[in-house]
Design a protein around this ligand. Structure first.
Ligand code: MG
Length: 168
């Protein structure tokens, strides 16, 4: 069992995961419209991964006898000024999600809720990977600078599948 306060925090996190999914769907749409098909596929995989994260929180809430609350999902951007700006927005978002999980860990410790603390650890690890992957793409985009280079990197992002670290 979890406390009512933890229940509420988990419902908020569930909403943040689905908001992330929505945000990545918007990025995928913009990339597709701009002709960055590799990145469009990459963000689509990200979209699916975030839904899995949301479902992980959802299932945990139910397993712990909590009350699932499905809060309103905020509107997201579907316009970016460049591929670099799009990935930078993605990194900024992931950093915010990392903060969110760190705060949840703090809260679980305060509540002496060891089960939830353990549950959040999977996400803490996942966030390290998320930030590292996006930072690497940003570095490469900054390195190339010109159009040909950007399209080359976009091409390299083709073929990502949703099983990349999402289901372990
Ligand atoms: Mg996530």
């Amino acid at each position: 069992m979890i406390s009512q306060k933890m229940d509420r925090e988990l419902s908020k996190q569930l909403n943040k995961e689905f908001h992330s999914a929505y945000l990545y769907l918007g990025m995928s749409a913009w990339c597709a419209e701009a002709g960055f098909s590799g990145s469009a596929g990459w963000f689509m995989a990200q979209y699916q991964e975030e839904q899995e994260h949301g479902m992980k929180v959802y299932n945990y809430l139910l397993d712990q006898g909590g009350k699932v609350e499905l809060l309103k999902i905020k509107k997201v951007k579907t316009e970016y000024k460049s591929l670099l700006a799009c990935f930078e927005a993605s990194l900024e978002h992931e950093m915010m999600m990392t903060t969110s999980f760190n705060e949840l860990c703090d809260f679980a410790m305060k509540e002496k809720d060891h089960a939830s603390y353990g549950f959040f650890q999977w996400f803490v690890e996942e966030q390290i990977e998320e930030e590292a992957t996006v930072s690497d793409i940003i570095s490469k985009l900054k390195m190339v600078g010109d159009k040909n280079g950007v399209f080359m990197i976009d091409n390299r992002l083709t073929g990502r599948t949703v099983t990349d670290g999402a289901q372990d």
